[in-house]
Design a protein around this ligand. Structure first.
Ligand code: BLA
Length: 244
């Protein structure tokens, strides 16, 4: 269902950037599950280039039962711009949830003006995909922008609206990346390092996918996947508590 989105992202990345592979810890790059009736497989890719310090995406294919395309792109630490976040989920073809956002590291007005306002004209043209749904796991005011696409939708809308919207958001993201002034003050850069780390910590603790990973691949694998790959700059709660 979302393979064309993955392929498009891949073509864009390889066409625009000088990518090198970034290692994925052993055992986390690929897994298959035959627990229960429905076989599921999960595969991940990870790259870096001078402008983007971590580009990761994951595809879960459990046939009709579940299709998920998830990605986060982290700019280099000398760019303060938002992370690109993608989470497209389809369960049994009936339940389709899509989220796409430039995920802000900071919430001040100047930041919003520079990095979030440019999304607005696109968002306004895809109002079917901007549904103002309530968030149950995350706080909509943290690491989400007011112009995110967030919708419960159907397969037809995925093809006819989400795909063009996705292309436009990506286009804007690349354009922003070309224009963003690099930070040079080590203090400013430190603030971005911390901002991206805080994002990982927050996301690892809230990720609604942890149950899904556990059910397919077991708790231990799920924890490793979250803390060693998806959000590798997060510290597992038990470890963090022990350090206190
Ligand atoms: C929701 N994301 C979800 C849900 C799952 C995932 C299972 C709950 C769906 C439901 O309501 O039943 C799945 N999340 C994943 C997967 C990965 C993951 C498979 O991290 C990793 C491979 N989530 C993101 C990113 C964004 C995001 C980058 O990982 C930003 C665009 C958003 N996902 C997001 C939001 C919700 C969601 C906003 C709704 C959660 C809520 O209601 O609070």
């Amino acid at each position: 269902m979302f393979q064309p989105f993955r392929e498009f992202l891949e073509e864009e990345l390889f066409g625009r950037f000088d990518l090198s592979s970034r290692s994925i810890p052993p055992g986390l790059e690929f897994n298959v599950s035959d627990r229960g009736k429905n076989p599921a497989q999960i595969q991940s890719w990870c790259y870096q280039c001078p402008q983007l310090r971590k580009i990761r995406y994951t595809y879960i294919d459990a046939g009709e039962t579940a299709q998920v395309f998830n990605s986060v792109i982290y700019p280099a630490h000398h760019y303060e711009m938002p992370l690109l976040g993608i989470d497209f989920l389809s369960f049994g073809k009936k339940k389709i949830l899509v989220v796409l956002d430039f995920q802000p590291l900071f919430r001040d007005r100047a930041y919003q003006e520079k990095y979030i306002e440019p999304m607005r004209p696109i968002r306004d043209r895809y109002s079917d995909l901007a549904q103002n749904l309530e968030m149950k796991f995350y706080d909509a005011n943290q690491y989400f922008s007011k112009y995110l696409l967030f919708a419960k939708t159907d397969a037809e809308t995925v093809t006819n609206q989400l795909f063009p919207a996705y292309k436009e958001y990506l286009q804007l993201y690349w354009q922003m990346l070309e224009q963003v002034p690099p930070l040079t003050d080590p203090e400013d850069i430190k603030r971005i390092v911390q901002g991206q780390k805080d994002y990982d910590q927050y996301s690892a603790e809230r990720d609604p996918a942890s149950g899904l990973f556990s059910s397919y691949f077991g708790h231990e694998w799920a924890e490793r996947f979250l803390y060693e790959f998806l959000f590798e700059d997060a510290v597992p709660l038990a470890v963090a508590a022990g350090r206190g």
